[in-house]
Design a protein around this ligand. Structure first.
Ligand code: ADP
Ligand code: MG
Length: 364
């Protein structure tokens, strides 16, 4: 049994554009988010992530469907009466107020007395790594520190659910990666449900208990990061998350034949699943240039380009029927990669167990 804290049922919201078109920002969303879960809404710009968060916070009113939080119907409740808080990308602190005052603002508004306020502000600032900085003004902080204040301000009143709308997008890469881990630890420590929004798939995979992949107002897949990556439900998810080599064709349950006659072996299908028309997925890191891989099947490829990206080489090649493929070879195998040159024939091996089939009905 799931212990759901947030439930959306058939949530729908459409906007009309200035050109008179209708955009379905939420096109029938059913979603149950567990208590203390770190869930991420992931999808391209415009897919409805912010609209979904704002439907939960109450800043967007649904056209249809219902929302409950902790068993209480929120659908018609104004934002200030919902047990949620939001952290935005542009954190908009009050510039004339100190870190302590910014953080304690919600408590003061809620009538919490000075002594308790001071205590709670101090302990929350410690949690976000800003101990002793109560007296500073926002402009005396770095971008990362300001975002920490925004976070502290949002959690100090202990909302049941914290909504985070691309809170790390404005930070540089190194700081963003540090904050990703900190946020995850903080969520664990606080025991608050986090609903996190990002368009960055790496960020989603790193941080989340579960990821909901959205496109055009619909949930494409809701699953753990590993399932999303290893077993994408459709070709949209396969292409959006990570790099992918996709082949159209059909399988007899053991061997997949592409429409142009390339055979790809895969783990034997159980039951009728995995038989018939499908799309086969091989992730670039699942190709290898092994010399001792006699037992592993391979694809014949003409190498076109080799790109060094630091931790690995991205090798681009073309099959005899003109399909462009990518293999990702760890930098530790620089010896084997060194043997390759553009224009040369190569055999790219793979383990049949690493081939994932997407049934044709899901492929769209
Ligand atoms: N207030 C609005 N008025 C008109 N269209 C809107 C409004 N808010 C969002 N949209 C449209 O709804 C779709 C989803 O937007 P949004 O939820 O902001 O996407 P995301 O956060 O995933 O980038 C987009 O096509 C966007 O243009
Ligand atoms: Mg958005």
């Amino acid at each position: 049994m799931r212990d759901a804290i947030v439930r959306l049922a058939s949530a729908a919201k459409a906007f009309s554009t200035p050109e008179g078109r209708e955009v379905k920002a939420l096109d029938g969303i059913d979603l149950e988010i567990d208590r203390n879960e770190f869930i991420t809404l992931l999808g391209p710009s415009g897919c409805g992530k912010t609209t979904l968060l704002q439907a939960i916070s109450g800043f967007v009113e649904l056209d249809a469907g219902r929302i409950t939080i902790d068993g209480e119907d929120m659908t018609d409740r104004p934002p200030y009466r919902r047990p949620v808080n939001t952290v935005f990308q542009n954190y908009a602190l009050f510039p004339h107020m100190s870190v302590g005052e910014n953080t304690g603002y919600a408590l003061e508004a809620a009538g919490v007395g000075r002594a308790e306020r001071t205590d709670r502000v101090r302990s929350i600032l410690k949690m976000v790594g800003l101990e002793g900085m109560e007296g500073r003004l926002p402009r005396q902080l770095s971008g990362g520190q300001q975002q920490r204040v925004a976070l502290a301000r949002a959690i100090v009143a202990r909302p049941k659910v914290l909504l985070l709308d691309e809170p790390l997008s404005a930070l540089d890469r190194h700081l963003r990666e540090t904050m990703q881990l900190e946020l995850k630890n903080l969520q664990h420590e606080l025991g608050i449900t986090f609903i996190f929004v990002t368009h960055d798939q790496q960020e989603a995979l790193t941080m989340s208990d579960r990821v909901a992949v959205l496109a055009e107002g619909r949930i494409q897949q809701l699953d753990t990061p590993r399932q999303i990556y290893d077993h994408p439900a459709n070709t949209f998810v396969a292409s959006f998350i990570g790099a992918s080599n996709l082949f159209e064709g059909s399988s007899d349950g053991q061997t997949f034949m592409t429409s142009d006659g390339t055979a790809i072996r895969h783990a034997p299908a159980t039951g009728s699943e995995g038989k018939g028309a499908a799309v086969a997925l091989i992730r670039p890191e699942n190709f290898f240039l092994a010399t001792n891989a006699d037992t592993c099947p391979a694809l014949d490829v003409t190498v076109e380009q080799i790109v060094y990206v630091g931790s690995s080489f991205e090798v681009f090649g073309r099959t005899t029927d003109g399909r462009r493929l990518m293999a990702q070879i760890p930098a530790s195998q620089r010896g084997a990669v060194g043997q390759l040159a553009a224009g040369q024939a190569a055999r790219w091996h793979y383990d049949p167990a690493s081939v994932h089939l997407i049934a044709a009905k899901e492929a769209a």
